[in-house]
Design a protein around this ligand. Sequence first.
Ligand SMILES: O=C(O)C1=C[C@@H](OP(=O)(O)O)[C@@H](O)[C@H](O)C1
Ligand SMILES: C=C(OP(=O)(O)O)C(=O)O
Length: 424
Amino acid sequence: MRFTKSAPLKGEITVPGDKSISHRAIMLGSLSEGTTAVTNFLEGADCLSTINCFCSMGIEISRTESEILIHGRGLHGLLAPASVLNVGNSGTTMRLLSGILAGQNFTTELTGDASIQKRPMARVITPLTFMGGSVESLRGNGCAPLCITGKHLKGIHYQSPVSSAQVKSCVLLAGLYAEGETTVTEPFLSRNHSELMLRSFGAEIFSEGTTVSIQPEPKLTGQKVVVPGDISSAAYFIAAALLIPGSELLIKNVGINPTRDGILKVCAQMNADIQVLNPRVQCGEDVADLLVKHSSLKGTVIEGALIPTLIDELPVLAVLAAFAEGTTMIRDAQELKVKESNRLDIMVHHLSAMGADVVPTEDGMIITGGKTLYGAVLDSHLDHRIAMAFAIAGMAAEGETEIARADCVNISYPGFYKDLEKLA
Ligand SMILES: O=C(O)C1=C[C@@H](OP(=O)(O)O)[C@@H](O)[C@H](O)C1
Ligand SMILES: C=C(OP(=O)(O)O)C(=O)O
């Protein structure tokens, strides 16, 4: 895909459904009694991987024009799959499913693409093993493929060393099958969609600060789930509208759960003009429309408790920082090294290739903004967030930017380039 300096972004857009919430709706719908109807489900490759995994375990999932219908079989209704489950590129599917599979009465093998086979799974193997689970990394390297044999699990209090919603959700889902209460404490609060959705499906779950506890063997009942627009997808349009002079864009129906809205807080620190309009609550999740106007941005510090609330937005925030006046420090972002690609290394490389002043640090980077950026030929490294972040950089830079292997945006936003083209 090729990008040159863009005309102003005008009008309105609705971004596709939230990826995290779409995954969870399929999982909890499958483990519930009755039917779960999901509106605005994200038809991205990652969520389709989750659907395929549950279909392979005997769940019937059908579509109407506007909904996905999941015909749940209850907490103990999954069937042993006939072959290896493949999660594709999806870390969320791999880690959350591991928690569910640890409590079944069958053995499953789980694998995924080349990127998934390099991502750390010890972070879920460790707590599941503490619970009495049997989860083996088949190559002995702490990565997929995994072999999971369902066992009788015991509730634990797990102090997670990472602020990861995937780890937290994995342990909570295993807790559905454990004897006694299961508790997770994390350093900083990560996204809480699992907690909100588990509660609405009927689980007994209690959160206080960075600790959450769940009781086993609830009767989960199918629900209607209306998925809000994904703030992680809205992030690219927020950034484009802020960077391109003359832009004024209304992004409708965006999930602004406080565990996900770090990008709005950082943009406010950077002097961005973003109005949060029509705030409302939909299926327990905060939702609003965002009116974004071109702004003169200034540098800021992004660190600590904010990091989990904007973890997937850091690539595009680094692009914003490169166009802002002054210095931006990104700290405590070492998790970016173990995403679909090493996002820290690639952000530093690609921004530098465009002429930005970026210095890598152990857990982030220092960006001195305000330099003129020039188009470059950049590889996505098959990482959807990298492709989308640098598409936006290309629309604000001088000259032409070419993104190679750009179709990986299908993972979280299949219509991304079409939507951009419509607006700009
Ligand atoms: O739970 C989830 O749905 C997700 C959690 C985050 O990962 P970590 O839990 O590894 O931080 C995030 O990066 C990912 O895109 C989705
Ligand atoms: C990290 C991501 O997803 P996952 O961990 O589910 O692969 C992402 O979407 O940026």
